[in-house]
Design a protein around this ligand. Sequence first.
Ligand code: FES
Length: 278
Amino acid sequence: MDVTVREVPGPDGIAAARTLPAAWYSNAAHFETEIQRVWRHQWLCVGDETDMPSAGAWRAIVAGGLPVLLIRDKEGALRAFLNVCRHRAAPLCEPGDDGSGSLLSCPYHAWLYRLDGSLARAHGVGEPDGFDTADFSLKPLGLATWRRWVFLHADHGAEAPEFGPMAAAITGYPVEAMHLVLSESHERPFNWKVLLENYSENYHTPFVHPEIDTSSSHDYPMLAEGLTLYAWDRPLRPTTDAGVLMATLLPGEPGWEALGSAPTTVPYDVGSYLALRI
Ligand code: FES
């Protein structure tokens, strides 16, 4: 997979820059094109290991418009399938539903699936000629784990994701030892590219986020790999303390003092953040 490194454009880049056509932000047909040509061809970060179902559990999510069933089998292997029954295409679970057990039952006609996606029983079908339950397993999706993050791809056969300079940028940080202390989810009434563009510049910061000290200019480095974005306004503070915090913190907030005692080689006066999904 190619790695694209985006940098703040110089004067020539700014002179040539134009906003995308307005219709690309509001036209439903164009959005569907983006889903098919962009989102269905990229690895999508869907959370980290601490978000994933525990052994023997499953959860239904939607990723890039796809209904997805995340399942962790009894041996601890994480799998992803289309959340679509192979009989008449009913969803096995509603998005957001979760559960646990050794079998999943389709709510429509009660076909039963094992946690490896194979069809265990087609209720009432028996064994007619030409019907083999092995032909009706759930459709698998691509799934990969990098450091602590889990990625999905619509194509089960997709090449494993590579993170190039993004991987190098956080090599020294013990992200696996960090604890998630804050998780927020927002639904916004605008096209996804608006958010991406917002995170691609620091121009708005003094006006929209006046609480952030921008008096000492600093770089706003950004790496993009497919639809995964890695950006930070200060280097994430490395520490050997297992109580590391991932959330953006401001002085005086819970956890700030613990960060203050962590070893660091860089100025760290406001906060840091790491964005791995858009
Ligand atoms: S659609 Fe699932 S059993 Fe019929």
